[in-house]
Write a protein that binds this ligand. Sequence first.
Ligand SMILES: O=P(O)(O)OC[C@H]1O[C@H](O)[C@H](O)[C@@H](O)[C@@H]1O
Length: 329
Amino acid sequence: MSSEKVPSSATASSTAPPASPHVELAKGVNGLDKIVLRESRGSSAEVYLYGAHVTSWKNDHGEELLFVSNKALYKPPKAIRGGIPICFPQFGGLGPLEQHGFARNRFWTVDTDPPPFPTPTYSKAYVDLILRPSEEDIKIWPHSYEFRLRVALGPGGDLMLTSRVRNTNTDGKPFTFTFAYHTYFSVSDISEVRVEGLETLDYLDNLKYRERFTEQGDALTFESEVDKIYLSTPTKIAILDHEKKRTFVIRKDGLPDAVVWNPWDKKAKAMADFGDDEYKHMLCVEAAAIEKSITLKPGEEWKGRQELSAVPSSYCSGQLDPQKVLQSS
Ligand SMILES: O=P(O)(O)OC[C@H]1O[C@H](O)[C@H](O)[C@@H](O)[C@@H]1O
């Protein structure tokens, strides 16, 4: 636990959340602290303080909706492979920092007294986490900030993540960052999956030196490695799992871009913390702010939010009109 990294003024931060039947502090893999959220109707989520990393999201039937690799290490400094890593203050290799920045491999603390939200969270199953830079962090990214993440389960089992980043520099300097919720969705079989909401959009292809292309055709389907940054995407994206008869809906705010990633067989084999065949059962669709980086002056705050829901779909019988999924609120 690195609560010693938190400045002494941060009296409202601790390891334990306030006691509640909806929020519990527990030990996860390798003794790492995790917060378990439980909603009255049976859905649940787990968040490791290491990385503020959501590693589980289950519906009220107890079905896991996120993918986490069987080979995930749960060992600092490696980020956990799967779930929802937080990429901050840099997405990918787009800057001088380590891949995807450092927030995903820092120990966060529970923030027991966060500043109020403009809209309240209609749930008791939520936790607020906070990250502030350590002295070591300031050497690699010379800025002072407060990164607050609220993870909440809605009454219907929706998973809501709200990030608030505030520039607390006292030297008058702005800072700039890129960001992503690197969500790994669990899917039955990648070849049965379609993504709706990104067709006809421009994207940067990470497999082609980030050259810009325009997506053609209908929905996205998958038959080989994909690593694309879709630009100026709609606030709603749907992932249709034909075999599971399940549709994930991502609603997002403050996050214009969306990364779609599946490593496929060759890259899967090259990753030590990822099973050779696991690419068949996951798809990353990552709500992000990448193309236009975010700049904050001292005192300014940025907010980026994603809300995930999983709804039964009858897509395989041809009844689901993906446009309806995308258009309904
Ligand atoms: O292995 P990681 O550092 O977790 O990155 C996993 C993947 O993340 C994103 O989706 C990037 O677009 C990919 O290029 C990268 O391979």
